[in-house]
Design a protein around this ligand. Structure first.
Ligand SMILES: C[S@@+](CC[C@H](N)C(=O)[O-])C[C@H]1O[C@@H](n2cnc3c(N)ncnc32)[C@H](O)[C@@H]1O
Length: 232
């Protein structure tokens, strides 16, 4: 993983209780550093056990600010602050229809499901078959049975359940894939990392009227999008 120092794999020794305390501490840290502001996102981060979405040999690192490797090619679970970093500007909230591109571990998907609640809808697409199985099993084991999981190319979206009020892309692209813009609700918001001269900007698009408002939130470092709108 370019740019990150990943700790060495090791057998887990931390108890549920130790990890619960680390989770609470992490949430306080995210609030203090301005990443986490809304109550629903905070509650979701307290409720979802991130360690349940991490391969055994990395579980003890669940609350470190590093992305950790997942089964599949170049797949990672993003570092903890990434989730409020994306979901706060997106304004993800109760009742939203939400599309995520890049299931990874399923952790971000579980958070989204907690945030939108049973009035909302979460659809998530993963292109890597090994990662897909890992993420799907994690969600199933954690008791999430009403998330729509699609194995395929998220760059083309999932028109069957569109329009989406919120869309999140969790891999870096050269441009936002046009099908995702088409599948965004007329007042929807989309967020994702876009490459720009060797850097990656976290870009927020807000649809409205006849066009878009575009805002760059900050620079980020994500794995590349694959598939028909991929960067490879
Ligand atoms: C940074 S990881 C996602 C982390 C995830 N949000 C989590 O909580 O673990 C990015 C994921 O996007 C997937 N991906 C890359 N290109 C994709 C595409 N075209 N369609 C769907 N998934 C894609 C990768 O295989 C990888 O699993």
């Amino acid at each position: 993983m370019r740019g990150w120092i990943v700790p060495p794999p090791k057998a887990p020794v931390k108890s549920r209780e130790v990890l619960r305390k680390e989770r609470e501490k992490k949430v306080r840290w995210l609030i203090r550093h301005g990443y986490l502001r809304s109550e629903r996102i905070r509650d979701a981060m307290l409720r979802v056990r991130r360690e349940d979405f991490i391969p055994l040999d990395y579980k003890d690192y669940a609350y470190l600010e590093v992305p950790l490797p997942l089964p599949g090619k170049d797949s990672t679970i993003s570092c903890p602050h990434s989730y409020p970093l994306f979901y706060e500007p997106l304004g993800l909230d109760k009742g939203h229809t939400f599309l995520e591109v890049g299931l990874g571990s399923g952790y971000g998907t579980a958070l989204a499901r907690e945030i939108v609640g049973s009035d909302g809808l979460v659809v998530c697409i993963e292109i890597d078959p090994l990662t897909f199985e890992f993420g799907r099993n994690n969600l199933e084991n954690a008791g999430y049975d009403d998330i729509v999981l699609i194995k395929g190319d998220g760059g083309t979206g999932y028109p069957q359940m569109s329009p989406y009020e919120r869309i999140c892309i969790t891999a870096a692209c050269h441009e936002i894939p046009p099908p995702l813009i088409e599948q965004l609700d007329e007042k929807g918001k989309l967020i994702g990392p876009v490459m720009d001269r060797g850097n990656q900007d976290l870009v927020l698009l807000e649809k409205g009227g006849k066009g878009f408002k575009k805002k760059v939130i900050c620079q980020v470092l994500y794995v590349s999008l694959k598939g028909s709108y991929g960067t490879g």
